[in-house]
Write a protein that binds this ligand. Structure first.
Ligand SMILES: [Fe+2]
Length: 210
């Protein structure tokens, strides 16, 4: 459909401690592919300044809670890491922001486990084994929750592998986004195994010390 938008709901920019995705590369690739990223850096919203006025993006953050990772989209005020999962969810709701549960079953990557009072379940994460994605998809179906997907990219080559095609919506309006996502169609391709794990943060550390 001509008016559909493509969104990658889980993208790490350079502002994440473990990502080597430069603002220049992400801006260029987003424009070329026509994919809107949700910028979901680990425990920081510092990356937004690189993209404002350059590309459309959904502001987000991946927060390390006591139970595991939780993404907040459209958050205004930072929620510090290590806040409890329950309090984090409360504070997301207080800000009329949107909660997105990433890689819920992946215990090797801080999956928070089964949490049903969230807005969106990530049912395809490009860095997750199929088994975990399938389980997340079943969980979302069982609880009638909205399904989302993201590349979880830490290298620019991963961006573009995974996105949701969804009817056009006002990108600044969280409610419109959720309504559109209900009709979304997920396109997912898993990232190569050699790009997963801590390799991006190791690469970043080495680069800093050169
Ligand atoms: Fe992530």
């Amino acid at each position: 459909m001509v008016n559909d938008l493509k969104v990658d709901f889980h993208v790490h920019s350079w502002a994440s401690f473990d990502s080597v995705v430069s603002p220049e590369h992400l801006t260029r690739k987003s424009k070329v592919l026509g994919i809107i990223p949700a910028i979901t850096d680990h425990n920081t919203m510092d990356g937004f300044k690189y993209f404002k006025g350059e590309i459309d993006f959904i502001p987000g953050i991946e927060i390390k809670t006591d139970k595991g990772d939780l993404i907040a989209l459209y958050l205004q005020d930072l929620i510090p890491k290590n806040t409890s999962l329950e309090e984090t969810l409360d504070r997301i709701r207080e800000q009329d922001a949107v909660s997105y549960l990433p890689h819920m079953y992946d215990i090797t990557r801080a999956g928070a486990g089964e949490v049903s009072d969230v807005d969106i379940i990530e049912t395809f994460n490009a860095r997750c084994p199929d088994y975990f994605n399938k389980k997340a998809d079943e969980f979302a179906s069982k609880h009638n929750l909205i399904k989302g997907a993201g590349s979880d990219c830490h290298f620019i080559s991963e961006f573009g592998s995974t996105f949701v095609e969804m009817p056009d919506f006002d990108i600044e309006n969280p409610k419109e986004m959720l309504n559109s996502l209900k009709k979304g169609r997920i396109y997912g391709n898993r990232s190569p195994v050699y790009l997963r794990g801590p390799i991006a943060s190791l690469y970043k550390k080495i680069k800093r010390n050169i």
